[in-house]
Design a protein around this ligand. Structure first.
Ligand code: PRX
Length: 649
């Protein structure tokens, strides 16, 4: 029997204690789509409201009027839901377990400590004049202060924009420019895999961009104590800012639809866009999905290995778990340092019961061999999760056997920056698993598969994945560009949210995500627009033209394959290849490093000058037998040259 046909039934022990069993899933799901108003009116109560809502759902996917509002007349504060409301019952319980890059460094922060830290820092931000509604940019390492800064923004009604610590100075600058941030919060350096990451230096360099005009203050957390440049008129140490700050800070009363954060993500065209997430619906959805999908119970030690710079870190390290009063583990380092058994070491050290990671990490460990987990036992684990890209059945099986000791269900969670929370996933007490399938929709989520014309396809079939109606965690807009939001997600298929993903549905109604159908690639679970990499490439003087495609990569899922036509006066060489790779790392960040560069005298274009990416994708994937019709090309001989000089032999 192939892996894909194997079925892993819900373990009976788990079904007994799980929040949701099969029957409950079916009845709640039915209610959630047949009567969303009543369903979400009830579910919304899981959050503490300052003023309760009377309206529940007011949403339109009509491309002439995309407007999404949930619980719109209610008011609340996200940080109160993550902190204040837990103080009485579990103030002295651990909110955050922090595990440093160095295995000898760790720390536990209780809910009470976190509450006071957040209040102190919120008061510090107020001293800098931060006001409700303004965007504060964070560029932080994986330390508890990253969560503190996010929650402090939420407390005073500022909107945080977290920029992943692996992005380049240019990426910081462009995000600061599009959000008009006055304040940036960073750290002297980060630590990953024993190496320093020059965070403050990157911020300094980003701010030399003359188009950055708004930044008045850079708050710097001392993490490593490394040498950094200092601008007296602009820079302020975190510890100085909070020195005399009070450890109580009254929370701002926010409307449900006031923004909580923006988060930049890549699309198929143009520069990354800032997705806007609002407060009420997001909190309801993040906390509910966290509780049910990870079957979170008090006493669990929950670890999501993502970085707070991604949406997974927002919803499933910070907001979801903390809203639920959970213990959430935050890891500063990487799975391979100081050795490849680090994940197992951390699980054993802290008694982790729920582990949520990405297929790329699983595949990287798998490549080290079956005994990579060394002497670690991992007995405490009871549930595993996967996110960010399709998990191939082999990796699923290895994760199940070698990390989870063949006893932990795996929740393969499909979602996106835009969706705010998980949309398609097993519920561990309700869903029988098939390796490689994200299985079934969460409550309130109505997926459908459509053909190119937008016709809804029934039964077992394959098509483009759309969602037919709104759910509370959904992103509401693109910061400063609602029209782009409408164009990107609601104009391809009328009245539907288009995900950009292809998907198959089997006879049991299970969903199998097949990957992006647009010009977005997914490299190690990091989402990247091919257009972004191309525009970085052509900014180099040696490059006349560049085309970027994804190709299958054993560990990364997809690798980045770049075809380059050189400008006059430049000759192909290995040194130039290296230089171009370095160039992209500098322009965007290390995650965008091309894996393969192929020089080519020309690119396959139609007579109207459009690059035929389909052909480039096939050549990169070494599927040169099935190139299809090349007769419409302006110069078909280009293809022969590309095949003959394919960069991966
Ligand atoms: O292609 C899908 C893939 O990641 C994309 C979303 O990327 P991003 O916004 O960066 O969010 C990643 C973390 C939520 C999707 O369009 N993707 C995410 N999860 C899965 C997945 N593909 C297959 N299976 C998944 N579980």
């Amino acid at each position: 029997m192939s892996e894909q046909q194997k079925l892993y039934p819900v373990p009976s022990e788990l079904a007994k204690t799980a929040w949701i069993d099969k029957e409950k899933y079916l009845s709640m799901y039915k209610e959630s789509v047949e009567n969303p108003e009543a369903f979400w009116a009830e579910q919304g109560k899981r959050i503490d409201w300052m003023k309760p809502y009377t309206k529940v759902k007011n949403t339109s996917f009509d491309s002439h009027n995309v407007d999404i509002r949930w619980f719109e007349d209610g008011t609340l504060n996200a940080s109160v839901n993550c902190l204040d409301r837990h103080l009485e019952e579990r103030g002295d319980e651990v909110a955050i377990i922090w595990e440093g890059d160095d295995p000898n460094e760790d720390k536990k922060v209780t809910y009470r400590e976190l509450y006071h830290e957040v209040c102190r820092f919120a008061n510090g931000l107020k001293k800098l004049g931060v006001k409700k509604g303004e965007v504060v940019t964070l560029y932080m390492p994986m330390v508890p202060e990253a969560a503190v800064a996010m929650l402090a923004c939420a407390r005073i009604g500022a909107i945080h924009s977290v920029v992943f610590g692996g992005f380049s100075p240019d990426a910081i600058a462009s995000r600061v420019i599009s959000s008009d941030s006055r304040v940036i919060i960073t750290s002297d350096e980060g630590l990953r895999g024993g190496k320093q990451v020059p965070l403050k230096e990157n911020v300094d360099e980003g701010l030399t961009n003359p188009k950055v005009k708004t930044v008045e203050h850079v708050v710097v957390l001392k993490r490593t104590g490394g040498d950094i440049a200092w601008h007296d008129d602009r820079d302020v140490w975190w510890h100085d800012l909070v020195k005399d700050a009070a450890d109580e800070c009254a929370p701002e009363e926010m409307k449900a639809e006031d923004p909580l954060f923006i988060l930049f993500t890549s699309g198929s065209t143009g520069a990354p866009k800032g997705l806007k997430h609002t407060t009420g619906g997001y909190m309801v959805y993040a906390s509910m999905t966290h509780q049910y999908i990870f079957d979170y119970h008090p006493g669990d030690v929950y670890w999501c290995t993502a970085d707070v710079g991604w949406v997974t870190g927002h919803s499933y390290i910070v907001y979801g778990p903390l809203a639920n009063g959970a213990t959430t583990l935050m890891f500063e380092g990487v799975p391979s340092y100081p050795s490849h058994s680090r994940f197992g070491d951390i699980v054993d050290k802290h008694g982790v019961t729920i582990l949520y990671t990405a297929p790329t990490a699983v595949r990287a460990l798998m490549a080290q061999g079956d005994d990579v987990m060394g002497n670690t036992k991992r007995d405490s684990l009871r549930l595993l999760g996967s996110v960010g890209e399709p998990i191939n059945p082999e990796a699923w099986q290895w994760y199940y056997d070698k990390i989870g000791n063949s006893k932990c269900p795996i929740v393969d969670t499909w979602w996106q920056t835009e969706t705010g929370g998980i949309l398609i996933s097993p519920l561990p007490g309700a869903t029988d698993l098939k390796p490689g399938s994200a299985t079934l929709p969460f409550f309130g989520v109505q997926p459908a598969l459509v053909d190119a014309e937008g016709k809804i396809l029934e039964g077992a079939t394959e098509g483009n994945l759309v969602i037919l109606d709104s759910w509370p965690g959904q992103g509401r807009s693109i910061w400063g560009d609602h029209e782009r939001f409408v164009q990107t997600y609601f104009s391809t298929y009328q009245g539907m949210y288009f995900t950009g993903d292809g998907c198959r549905r089997d006879d049991d109604g299970y969903y199998w995500i097949t990957g992006r159908v647009d010009d977005v690639i997914n490299v190690s679970g990091h989402r990247m627009g091919t257009a972004e990499v191309e525009s970085a490439m052509v900014a180099h003087q040696a490059v006349a033209e560049a085309a970027v495609v994804g190709y299958p990569h054993d560990i990364k899922g997809q690798g980045i394959y770049v075809y380059v036509t050189l400008a006059d006066g430049f000759d192909p060489s290995d040194d130039l290849k290296k230089e171009l790779v370095q160039w992209v790392r500098k322009e965007i960040g290390p995650i965008a490093s091309p894996d393969v560069v192929q020089f080519s005298p020309g690119l396959p274009k139609t007579r109207s000058g459009k690059i035929m990416r389909r052909i480039l994708r096939k050549i990169a994937a070494n599927e040169t037998d099935g190139l299809g019709d090349t007769s419409t090309l302006a110069d078909p001989s280009v293809v022969d040259d590309l095949i003959a000089n394919r960069a991966i032999k």
